[in-house]
Ligand binder design. Structure first.
Ligand code: AHM
Ligand code: MG
Length: 355
């Protein structure tokens, strides 16, 4: 029988590669895995809330009922606030940096997370996910500051996601390859199921909300025709798959090969930067793509090189097989000069406003 490797054992094995490590980092990943198990339990019960006779905002266990995304947000925070490993946290659900409560010790990492991504899919039993990333503290003093959170993705210490799908899976990288674990609900453990994930050389899928094509720039439209084998050298078309939960779309393309994109447009949104959040969605997945041999771009350059200015800033995103993402950049360079100008000016303005 092949050895069964739990996420705990795997994290500890990885830690041994760094003899000077204090273990704080490994413990933090383990705490995130534990939060993920609890969130997974709640997501599988979500559809039962109405049936089990909950009323007055209290469930059958007498607990106060919360929206699932707020529950996940609190869970991750409470699991990590007192450990002495973090100097601050930041969540897609909170406007500002979340300090560590005064009664607890602080540590040398910042945790950034999107507690439950894919909000439109929560109530309809479609896969959703949690995204997380970890930066090292760079400021002086005990408490973390915005400077610690707002670092380029290139400097991440770790990143990962949990997908709540037909199984619950946690996928993470601490800069040493990308590893995937599947939750065995009968024993309550994440078990190593996908070691050292690499993006396949041949892509199968493209994923984008084509319902918004009307708002796309000419280059992105032409690129999409290229993926379909209509424009350019007449390649075999890729199949189109779009769940509308970033984690699930990314996960499928990571395992099967492909590209996910949410481009910046100049008409639907008031800014040319698309929808994805740099700090809670794009950086983490760009780090994982890079570790798996893929690539993530904002259409102009590598997402990992963007110097952030705001916790909630948005960024266009093209992510997946490197050759496909590079082709998207080429189409944008050739056909979307107006958008590139508007996007570049927008980013410069953001930089000025944030000092
Ligand atoms: P959310 O943070 O409100 O959940 O939005 C993020 C989600 C992503 O999971 C997904 O890729 C995208 O929004 C889908 O957006 P759209 O419905 O515009 O296609
Ligand atoms: Mg989100």
């Amino acid at each position: 029988m092949a050895p069964i490797i739990t996420i705990e054992r795997h994290i500890l094995d990885q830690q041994r590669l760094y003899p000077d490590s204090t273990g704080a980092f490994s413990q933090m990943l383990y705490d995130i895995a534990l939060s993920a198990k609890i969130i997974a339990r709640e997501t599988t019960r979500a559809g039962l809330v109405g049936i089990l006779g909950a009323s007055d905002d209290h469930n059958v266990y007498g607990e106060q009922q919360q929206k699932l995304d707020l529950f996940a947000n609190d869970m991750i925070f409470k699991m990590n606030d007192h450990t002495g490993r973090l100097c601050a946290m930041a969540s897609e659900e909170n406007d500002t940096l979340i300090p560590i409560p005064a009664q607890f010790k602080t540590g040398k990492y910042v945790l950034l997370y999107d507690p439950l991504d894919g909000s439109s899919n929560i109530d309809v039993n479609v896969s959703i996910g949690t995204i997380f990333s970890v930066h090292r503290k760079i400021s002086k003093g005990d408490q973390g500051t915005l400077e610690d959170a707002l670092q380029p993705g290139r400097r991440l210490a770790a990143a990962g996601y949990v997908v709540y799908g037909s199984s619950t899976m946690m996928v993470y990288s601490a800069g040493n390859g990308v590893h995937g674990f599947t939750l065995d609900p009968s024993v309550g453990e994440f078990l190593l199921s996908h070691e050292n994930i690499r993006v396949p050389n041949t892509a199968k899928y493209y994923s984008a909300n084509q319902g918004y094509e009307k708002y796309w720039t000419p280059g992105v439209r032409r690129f999409t025709k290229w993926l379909q084998g209509i424009e350019g050298e007449g390649r075999e078309p890729l199949a189109h798959r779009y769940i509308g939960s970033l984690v699930a779309d990314f996960h499928r393309n990571l395992l099967r090969g492909g590209i996910f994109y949410y481009p910046g447009d100049m008409q639907k949104r008031t800014e040319p930067a698309g929808k994805m959040r740099l700090m809670f969605e794009a950086q983490a997945l760009a780090f994982l793509a890079d570790q798996a041999g893929g690539y993530a771009s904002d259409g102009v350059g590598n997402i990992l090189d963007i110097q952030p200015h705001d916790l909630h800033q948005r960024v266009p995103m093209f992510i997946g097989n490197r050759d496909l993402v590079v082709t998207a950049e080429t189409y944008i360079r050739n056909y979307d000069q107006d958008w590139v100008k508007a996007y570049t000016a927008f980013r410069e303005k953001q930089a000025v406003f944030s000092g």
